[in-house]
Design a protein around this ligand. Structure first.
Ligand code: S3P
Length: 748
């Protein structure tokens, strides 16, 4: 096999490239490669004498031939860039020639028919034929429009077959990459399905709509009233009719499949309009809008425009020093935001939410409920309107529910979905896929649920619906609010009473919010219980600021000399304030001002002033009450005088990352003396140096090291920070506002 990557562009990788068909695509391919110096000679073939002449004059090729056989003599690669319906004839001609070891490739917009034509012509698919499709074009056509840059940052899809020679594939791949294309490999059938849905169907609709309107309005007068929407929707009806006629004939089966699905969805919309079913219409429109925003982001970031950037390439650069001042409001509480979507969806009536956290985790929950048929408007500046469907109104999601990085979504949803009549599959990103799910699967199975997990109890979860769950009394082996909430949600549907006893207090937002929706919850000591047979009634929810996000600023203002900061409207539910207690034990100066109750949750403004911190033994009872705040508490410990010891916190090893190990690695890299233990860490306060640390995709690690920079002697470079968006999308903006000098490192 040729190792094409080892070859340098200055030395030709192939001797002779032959391009058959000198239109826009063929001409641009030839011109780009000729300029690259990757081919010894570029030869063009075209039926049209004028195109041949122009191709040489414009420097698109080195020479041109009218005769195919003559041109292909001694060719190393032959690119077939003729109209798709001319391909059959061309392949038959090529099959009759001696092509030696030449590699064949093509640019047709449908691949199944090209492969069939090649099989017919050659009596089987030649191993050295690599089917391809550049997704690029322009309004211009002809060899005179040839543009060496045409494929730069555009996708090119290669559809090798099983028998395709890997060396041939590697050469074709290399040629496209040389032109700046973003090359992907895909199966023939998949390619044709994808293109039918995303390109061919929209063209059919645009041509069809314009024609339908035009032929009913002979003087075309109605178009005088057409505004931007019509123009945008029908822009592609200006495309080349002959080329599109070819494509629909070539990709007939895949187009028919996607068209039939679309027709039945269109009929459903028609029925909704006919029946005056505004709820159904709003559901379709809100889902479509979100889907569009989602793929616009994908398009803007990767597919056609920019070079691909992997999430783990997002790096923060934190400059040393600084002092905090001012007044800020951190985004809404993540735990409460998740629960507001879940309970609002299961309620009867319309629930309004304010202060909703527009971070990726809570949005994953929101999208999951949209997928299950709930109409949810927003979020817009933290406002969300949920048209609840009642406890029994969820519908099966159309496919697996993707929950990104969010453990809370997966664990809480598993309890709820175990009790539904339909099956569900829950999946997540690489980090979530490593996290333990047996802690929920096991007790749910004891209640009668049927759940399959991946190996070692990890995601994905396949949940079989239609089971009758039985309430039970469960004593949790670990202090987990997620497990407790999961079982209470299942308990809303189970026969009899479901009770959960916790070994230590954990956040009680689920219990509080259930009551807020009018659902009775009994709490006796460490045990919370629910019974079935009640309903959730829609309500208004104001989500307080997240104390877990505030924690970064509580530590930042404590460790940076001369700081004073006010954090407004922070949730101070007593099951969440462990971070304040621990920091105060270390000597921090934090005061709660203007304490109040908002919708069943305690809220206050937090004033924090810099203080000299000292090392402590962290009381184990406080661990579950500060479970998410340890990464930044470790930074506080590194800045404290003396030793801080944490024990009883093994749960930290199964969070978004192994937070004990990852923090220890980072602190050691910055010269802090520390030692991880199986269930905690020992940290000796002292000077912090600069350097590079890795956040391992864990949002709280990335933010904790940003805070550490305030006391660092040199800049800290923090890698793999994209997941800060899961819980704190405007973190960098708020840092800049109060005086923490951390920013996204400029992309090269
Ligand atoms: C959460 C509970 C905690 C916490 C997580 C959110 C919740 O997890 O770490 O970030 O919203 O219930 P555990 O309950 O697994 O400790």
């Amino acid at each position: 096999m040729v190792d094409v990557t080892a070859l340098q562009p200055a030395v030709p990788v192939i001797g002779r490239l032959v391009v058959v068909g000198l239109g826009l695509i063929g001409g641009s391919f030839a011109k780009g490669l000729r300029e690259s110096g990757l081919c010894g000679e570029v030869v063009g073939v075209d039926l049209d004498p004028q195109s041949r002449k122009l191709a040489v004059e414009l420097g698109v090729v080195d020479r041109c031939e009218a005769d195919l056989a003559l041109a292909c003599q001694g060719a190393d690669v032959i690119q077939l860039a003729v109209p798709i319906l001319a391909m059959e004839k061309l392949l038959a001609l090529l099959a009759g020639m001696d092509l030696g070891q030449a590699i064949l490739t093509d640019v047709g917009s449908a691949k199944g028919n090209v492969v069939r034509a090649a099989q017919l012509a050659f009596g089987g698919m030649p191993a050295r034929f690599v089917p391809g499709h550049p997704i690029a074009g322009s309004e211009q056509s002809g060899v005179e429009a040839s543009n060496a840059q045409l494929f730069r940052r555009h996708k090119v899809i290669l559809t090798p077959l099983e028998q395709t020679d890997p060396a041939a594939l590697a050469v074709v791949d290399r040629l496209w990459r040389e032109l700046g294309a973003d090359v992907e490999h895909m199966q023939v059938e998949r390619h044709d399905e994808v293109l039918a849905a995303t390109s061919h169907l929209p063209h059919l609709l645009a041509f069809g709509l314009v024609d339908s309107l035009a032929k009913r309005n002979e003087n075309l007068d109605i178009f005088r009233y057409a505004a931007g929407g019509f123009r945008d929707f029908t822009r592609i009806a200006g495309s080349d009719p002959v080329m599109w006629h070819d494509i629909f004939l070539a990709n007939r089966e895949a187009v028919l499949r996607t068209l039939d699905t679309f027709r039945s969805d269109l009929d459903a919309l028609r029925d909704a309009v006919d029946a005056g079913d505004g709820h159904q219409l709003l559901g379709v429109f809100t889902r479509a809008r979100v889907a569009r925003e989602h793929f616009s982001k994908i398009l803007a970031r990767r597919a056609y425009m920019e070079t691909a950037m992997n999430a783990d390439e997002l790096t923060f650069l934190a400059s040393p020093g600084g002092r905090l001042s001012g007044q800020i409001r951190v985004p809404g509480d993540k735990s409460i935001s998740h629960r507001s979507i879940m309970l609002g969806s299961l309620a009867e009536g319309v629930t309004e939410i304010e202060g909703f956290l527009e971070g990726e985790d809570a949005l994953a929950t929101l999208q999951a409920f949209r997928d299950m048929g709930v109409v949810i408007e927003g979020p817009h500046h933290g406002r969300v309107t949920i048209h609840g469907v009642g406890l029994h109104g969820l519908k099966p999601a159309p496919g697996p529910i993707y929950l990104g990085n969010s453990g809370t979504s997966m664990r809480l949803l598993s309890g709820l979905l175990a009790a539904q009549r339909f099956d569900s599959v829950l999946a997540g990103d690489a980090s979530l896929s490593k996290r333990p799910m047996s802690r929920v699967a096991k007790p749910l199975r004891e209640m009668g649920a049927v759940i399959e997990t991946g190996p070692e109890g990890r995601p994905p979860l396949t949940i079989r619906g239609g089971q009758v769950l039985k309430g039970m009394a469960y004593s949790m082996p670990m202090a987990s609010a997620q497990v407790k909430s999961c079982l209470l949600l299942a308990g809303l549907y189970a026969e009899g009473k479901t009770s959960v006893t916790e070994p230590a207090p954990t956040r009680d937002h689920t219990e509080r919010m259930l009551r807020g929706f009018g659902y009775p919850v009994e709490v006796a000591g460490a045990t919370a219980s629910v019974e079935p047979g009640h309903a959730l009634i829609a309500t208004h929810i104001e989500v307080p600021g997240d104390i877990s996000s505030s924690a970064f600023f509580l530590v930042a203002a404590s460790i940076a000399e001369g700081s004073e900061l006010l954090l407004e409207h922070v949730g101070v539910n007593p099951t969440r304030t462990g971070v304040i207690d621990i920091l105060r034990l270390m000597g921090a100066d934090i005061t709660l001002e203007n304490p109040r109750k908002v919708g069943g949750e305690a809220v206050a403004d937090l004033r924090v002033r810099a203080a000299a911190l000292k090392g402590i033994e962290i009381p184990e009872a406080l661990v579950p009450l500060a479970i998410d705040e340890f990464p930044v508490l470790f930074v506080a410990a590194a800045c404290a005088e003396g030793r801080t010891v944490l024990r009883g916190a093994e749960e930290l090893r199964v969070k978004e990352s192994d937070r004990i190990q990852v923090m220890a690695d980072g602190l050691l890299a910055l010269g802090v003396k520390c030692e991880p233990t199986p269930d905690g860490i020992i940290i000796d306060g002292g000077p912090i140096g600069g350097g590079e640390v890795h956040a391992h995709g864990d949002h709280r690690i990335a933010m904790a090291f940003s805070v550490a920079s305030l006391r660092a002697a040199a800049p800290i470079r923090i890698r793999d920070c994209a997941n800060v968006a899961t819980s704190f999308p405007n973190f960098l903006t708020l840092c800049a506002h109060v005086g923490i000098r951390v920013a996204q490192e400029a992309q090269l």
